[in-house]
Write a protein that binds this ligand. Sequence first.
Ligand SMILES: CC(C)(COP(=O)(O)OP(=O)(O)OC[C@H]1O[C@@H](n2cnc3c(N)ncnc32)[C@H](O)[C@@H]1OP(=O)(O)O)[C@@H](O)C(=O)NCCC(=O)NCCS
Length: 226
Amino acid sequence: MKLRALFGTIAGTRGDASLQCCRIGPCAMSLPLVLQTPRLLLRDLLAGDADALNVIEGDAEVTRYMSCDPQTPEQTREYIAGAILEQAKADRKTFDLAIVLREGVSGADGVDERGGGELIGRCGLGIQRPEHREATIWYLLHPQRQGRGYITEAASAMLDFAFGTMGVHRVFADCDPRNTASCRVASRLGMRLEGQLRENYSLKGEWCSSNIYGILESEWAMRKGP
Ligand SMILES: CC(C)(COP(=O)(O)OP(=O)(O)OC[C@H]1O[C@@H](n2cnc3c(N)ncnc32)[C@H](O)[C@@H]1OP(=O)(O)O)[C@@H](O)C(=O)NCCC(=O)NCCS
């Protein structure tokens, strides 16, 4: 996935399985948004995340198939500042969440004043065409935390949030076909390869294609069972 939306706008809510409101369309939201999984918390980005996030986004291997270059510390700080501004918007359409380990974290929702445990990545949902209830998903993970299923777990919570809380009908992911790890995550989530857009992006001096993976609310409900 080239993570087209990664460095776009961001936005916010408080969230878990019992999250209220936040269906597509304007609504009052409370902050921060927090989603829980067995091993992880997904929560709104905080200003204090900049250093940890930049370790990940500043790595050229991580951004290899993304639509951006490795981020400087200043770029990461600016990105988070934009995210924080968006979080409070009543018509929030972007939910770009820090992924932190729950291990060793206590307190309500597992979020202490520092925002929880070690930040290991980011997972986002962007509602791009609200009138069609369609959203895109993206994710990235610290290289040393890969290969343990963390992103599959995080993105699964994000799909629950998309279909269950936000009332989305279709979620898609745009993966560079050479980004096999990202394509495998999409498949593992039950997203179907719907097609390939050939050389539709000129990035980093080369033509890049897009594998489009999609999943519908009915398919996600089927996977989750009754
Ligand atoms: C894409 C990316 C997030 C995938 O990371 P990942 O570690 O492969 O994904 P997961 O955390 O879900 O881990 C899945 C792997 O862990 C293994 N695994 C171990 N324990 C597991 C568990 N409990 N549950 C699921 N998988 C587990 C899986 O077998 C799988 O390995 P495989 O693909 O070799 O079979 C990562 O490669 C990355 O950050 N890349 C750079 C950024 C990027 O390109 N992002 C995509 C653009 S949006």
